[in-house]
Ligand binder design. Structure first.
Ligand SMILES: [Ca+2]
Length: 51
């Protein structure tokens, strides 16, 4: 348990790379909150995404 998955992509297509942390998933749905850091000219800001 406790898979820790990190993915990077420009999720919101604003031209800055974003980083997604998926704390755990069982192959079909996330069972805990994931975090997405949205990149910008001034750095990254964290948002919590609930599955
Ligand atoms: Ca982005």
């Amino acid at each position: 348990m406790g898979c820790y998955d990190v993915d990077t992509a420009d999720f919101n297509t604003d031209g800055y790379t974003d980083i997604a942390y998926a704390q755990y998933h069982n192959g079909s749905a996330h069972s805990t909150s994931s975090y997405v850091y949205y990149g910008s000219a001034s750095g990254y800001s964290r948002r919590t995404e609930r599955a």
